[in-house]
Design a protein around this ligand. Structure first.
Ligand code: CP
Ligand code: NVA
Length: 320
């Protein structure tokens, strides 16, 4: 058994970590990002291997995990459904047993959350959720880090985490994996999500896995959800795996486009975020995503920095 495994943790949904673990991981991400920007080599994961399993498409998740692992001195194995036995019905349990005997950490992007839970239950090594139908915790990790970078003072221990307390995040659009993960984050870190979805696409607190429905408020009118918000965010109307519903969704979501009028109702210094990829003219107007309040490029870059901190934490525990 390699060092650290006795403390093995998975990261399958946002609520797998406590608030103080987030404070730690964000501080590590801040330090790791600074080193990267200064071209300082930092290779704590030499001889460690990450397996990345993709059952859905990806640009950001693949590049951020792969580049991040190489930067930390490790190496990466990339698997997809089409080029592995995963696509030929090898049981998940068997795949997990085999893959986790050969690598040190696994990242999976798949469909049902139950699949990643099954993999983790049979894995000898930490498993990270790189997006499921229900959750996208690595993305919210990056989004919160981006918010803190832009809005929080830094004290001796890192970002002032209280900067998140009492803040309002407006979620405009589908009650999807991103929305569910925002709700978990709100419950853990003490902010409120103003959720506005078209009828039939609401968030389900049971699926989101939250205990306290006080962490979010539902608004029929997306403009009302944006009123007073510190952060406005949205996502595609049709997530991966739901393409057959595309036509119906295009009609249902027509009024859920984040435009300049919605942003004008938010706080004057509100940030705009989108996990990307985006469809300008659908869920967001070009003037918003390409405008001065948008931090989507920082948000995308920060995927790499927070995931480096996440892998360091899962493999090595707390440093120092
Ligand atoms: N935001 C995100 O996860 O992007 P990819 O689908 O490109 O990985
Ligand atoms: N909700 C989107 C996010 C893509 C990063 C999807 O699941 O396709």
């Amino acid at each position: 058994m390699k060092p650290g495994y006795s403390l093995m943790k998975h990261y399958l949904q946002f609520k797998d970590f406590r608030a103080e673990e987030y404070a730690y991981v964000f501080e590590r991400a801040r330090v790791i990002k600074q080193r990267f920007k200064n071209y300082e080599k930092y290779q704590p994961l030499v001889d460690r291997t990450l397996a990345m399993i993709f059952e859905k498409a990806s640009t950001r998740t693949r590049v951020s995990f792969e580049a991040g692992m190489y930067q930390m001195g490790g190496s990466v194995v990339h698997l997809t459904t089409g080029d592995s036995q995963l696509g030929r019905a090898e049981p998940i349990e068997d795949s997990a047993r085999v893959i986790s005997r050969m690598v040190d950490i696994v990242m999976i992007r798949t469909f049902e959350q139950t699949k990643i839970e099954c993999f983790a239950a049979h894995s000898r090594v930490p498993v990270i959720n790189g997006l499921t139908n229900e959750f996208h915790p690595c993305q919210i990790l990056a989004d919160l880090f981006t918010y803190l970078e832009h809005r929080a003072p830094v004290n001796a221990r890192g970002f002032e985490m209280d900067s998140l307390k009492g803040k309002v995040v407006a979620w405009v659009g589908d009650g999807n994996n991103m929305a569910n993960t925002w709700l978990q984050a709100a419950e853990i870190l003490g902010f409120t999500v103003h959720v506005s979805t078209p009828g039939g696409y609401e968030v389900d607190p049971a699926v989101a896995g939250i205990r306290d429905t006080g962490c979010y408020k539902v608004f029929a009118d997306p403009r009302e959800a944006c009123r007073g918000a510190h952060l406005v965010t949205t996502d595609v109307w049709t997530s991966m795996g739901y393409e057959a519903e595309n036509e119906a969704r295009l009609k249902a979501f027509a009024d859920w486009c984040v435009d300049a009028d919605m942003m004008a109702l938010a706080q004057p210094d509100a940030l705009f975020m989108h996990c990307l990829p985006a469809h300008r003219g659908e869920e967001v107007a070009a003037e918003v995503i390409d405008g001065p309040q948008s931090v989507v490029w920082d948000e995308a870059e920060n995927r790499m920095h927070v995931q480096k901190a996440l892998m360091e934490y899962l493999l090595l525990g707390r440093i120092g």
